[in-house]
Design a protein around this ligand. Sequence first.
Ligand code: BDR
Ligand code: CA
Length: 312
Amino acid sequence: MRKIIIDTDPGIDDAMAIMLALKSKELDVLALTTTFGNVAVDLATKNALTLLELADRDIPVAQGVATPIAAPALAPPDFVHGSDGFGNINWPASTREADKRSAAQLIVDMVHQYPNEVSLVALGPLGNFAQALEIDPSIVDLVDEVILMGGAAEEKGNVTPVAEANIINDPHAAELVFGASWPVTMIGLDVTHQVIMDNELLAYIRDNNGKEGDFLYQATQFYFDFYYKTFGIKGCFVHDASTIIYALQPDIFKTEGRVIRVAVEGVGIGQTITAKPEQTFALDFWENRPVTNICLEVDSQRALNLIKSVFS
Ligand code: BDR
Ligand code: CA
């Protein structure tokens, strides 16, 4: 089983990704760590605990950063995820308690506990990974893979014309994560915009997954409404769950190695600017950047089939 830690800001599509990971027999979810993003970090932690209670799983949840490193904080997008992060369905909150450690400390501890076995999966802004790198830079050689939902290489942004939500929420953190010499796979809008979950699949998940399925169905209706009003789409893009699909079957995606710089200020703030490693430029911004594995294409039918089979 592949060991993963999921860093998350739940969030409706975060909930779908977490449930997918917990249901999969090939993933061993060691812990959830939380960040601000779709909701404030306190609520993200409560929501993570609620999801684990719902799934009847007892793994640690550690709370992480509450604000970006240096960029202006953006208001939580309650019009996308609801003010409760779960589509305003009034689901009863868990009374479980979070781990006493910070998210970053838990990540460092678990990476040392299972050297070269743990993959870090990010479903939100990247402040906790940046902080873990600061606490202990040696983890770059001990993490199996960093798999993150965020950014866009060729596709337009979803918060500004060039920036994706998780990256613009903490561009300095993203710049540190892409700049560290650990293996990073970026699952950005280039591929998540190609995979659309519809209500038929969501109803299948509801009908085959007891109270977890019921929860996902109810919460996702709000998300679907947002998509219909905003994009005219009946369904939703599969953002966060695409990381889990990749962790399970990476060959569903076509990838290309590129170096990445993140714009941390100005009109382009939050943009993930990518270049082929062999490209050389007049300015030295591109020197000594590690190569990121960027997902550029996806077999969307296989991705949706995999979701269906895990939830069957
Ligand atoms: C990302 O932003 C959040 O709203 C989603 O949960 C996802 O992580 C998509 O851009
Ligand atoms: Ca998310």
